[in-house]
Ligand binder design. Structure first.
Ligand SMILES: [Mn+2]
Length: 437
């Protein structure tokens, strides 16, 4: 099949010494690291929306498409099928094992939900065959509950219950398709679940409605026997002034309140973490500590721009701490690392998209290899174990078992405890990490 991506051959691993711009230098998929192939640790995915739907528009560009792709014109359903062919050609040329989609990325919106569902069915029937032929698997599916005007005031948190019902019907259809395509996860991103002003907002009621919506999704997952993981993708703001899924700690509090903490995990995005005022490794470590680390949206922001620029990761050093947390967590399980990343709008050629993914995947692989070597050496873990060693002693175990203030006060007096400050050795550990970069 000939598509705009047929300009290149299949992208292969050639090693760090290669100067081929269309080869992987670090992503050696089958290399065994810490007991399993790199591809199984990373489970990388390419996304549909940034690659095949975005036409280079920004808020300052009026009309028209900057990128020229053959599927941007013509009869909508035929164009969607042409786009699907190009997408699978793209995934295969990159040797990308997974893909991700929103319903409105793959198929056009109709005038009724019934018509939209029929369009989606037509394209995903073909996607099922493409997946079978290519071996490309689905990391996750999701419903777009934010682009259409009906969702401007939220989907599950909309003041109009008809919008809640419409969103529920849309999710039901995409969840069932995600199951049919053997999706490993199903994602909910609440870009409009929040508020623009509290003056017109019943915050408590909106949270309750969001809780009910999510509970209904969980109920339906079990009803149909979907084995994948449900994921919420936190983001603090943009497009909404304040979004309820602010960060992983906020999402955990929400899940706990509605009794869903054992049912739903998080899909953490690098650029969303930084928008929330956190480092990415903070978000990963927090989700891991709370037992809700599910999957990753790999990208990066720009330190001078305060919005979600969704650039490709290109700095492996910056990702080593997060990779270390993922290794300590034992990997992402059914999750993976999806490139929620797009080329800059001046990168108008199809090869720019391929090169963005090659660099991004090499960056993830290199960061993972550094973190794995550091982990394997045991040097950092030994330093941390030593720092906390008191907790495996008699006093530490006693406190963790539930010691009272009375008991601890009498111990301090009887034993004459007088703990002294000890160095945290941050610089020594930073230097240690740099030996593995
Ligand atoms: Mn994302």
């Amino acid at each position: 099949m000939n598509t705009v991506y047929s300009i290149v051959d299949s992208i292969r691993y050639e090693g760090p010494q290669s100067s081929n711009r269309l080869a992987y230098r670090w992503y050696d998929a089958q290399r065994v690291v810490l007991g399993k192939p790199l591809v199984e640790w990373l489970r990388p995915a390419a996304c549909y929306w940034h690659n095949f739907c975005w036409a280079g528009q920004d808020p300052f560009a009026l009309g028209g498409n900057l990128f020229e792709r053959p599927w941007f014109s013509g009869e909508p359903l035929a164009a969607a099928q042409m786009k699907l062919d190009a997408a699978f050609d793209f995934f295969q040329r990159l040797n990308m094992p997974f893909w991700c989609f929103h319903d409105r990325d793959v198929a056009p919106e109709g005038t009724t939900l019934r018509e939209s569902n029929a369009y989606l069915d037509a394209v995903l029937e073909r996607a099922a065959l493409k997946m079978q032929d290519s071996g490309v698997q689905l990391l996750w599916g999701t419903a777009n509950l934010f682009s259409h005007g009906r969702y401007m005031g939220g989907a599950a948190t909309n003041p109009d219950p008809e919008v809640f019902a419409y969103a529920a019907a849309q999710v039901k259809h995409v969840l069932e398709w995600t199951q049919r395509l053997n999706g490993a996860n199903y994602v909910l991103w609440g870009g409009r679940e929040g508020y623009e002003t509290l003056l017109n907002t019943r915050l408590a009621a909106e949270l309750d409605h969001y809780g009910r919506f999510l509970a209904a999704v969980v109920e339906h997952k079990h009803k149909i026997g979907f084995k994948g993981t449900l994921l919420i993708e936190p983001k603090p703001q943009e497009p909404t002034k304040h979004q309820y899924d602010y960060d992983s700690a906020t999402v955990y509090g929400f899940l706990k309140r509605y009794g869903l903490e054992g049912e739903v995990k998080v899909n953490l995005e690098v650029n969303h973490a930084t928008l929330a005022g956190h480092s990415f490794e903070h978000e990963v470590a927090t989700a891991a500590a709370l037992g809700i680390l599910g999957s990753i949206d790999a990208n990066r922001g720009d330190e001078q721009l305060g919005w979600d620029t969704d650039q490709f990761p290109n700095n492996h050093v910056a990702l080593v701490p997060a990779m270390l947390e993922i290794i300590r967590y034992g990997g992402l399980g059914a999750g993976g690392m999806n490139f929620d990343a797009k080329v800059r709008r001046q990168s108008i050629e199809p090869t720019d998209q391929l090169e963005g993914h090659i660099g991004g995947l090499d960056t993830l692989a290199r960061a993972f290899l550094c973190a794995a070597a550091l982990h394997e050496s045991g040097e950092l873990d030994r330093a941390v174990d030593e720092r906390y060693s008191g907790w495996s002693g008699e006093l530490g175990r006693h406190i963790e078992a539930g010691a009272s203030l009375d008991d601890l006060a009498s111990r301090v007096h009887q034993l004459g405890l007088s703990p002294q400050p000890r160095s945290g050795r941050q610089e020594r550990l930073e230097n240690l990490v740099n030996r593995y970069i």
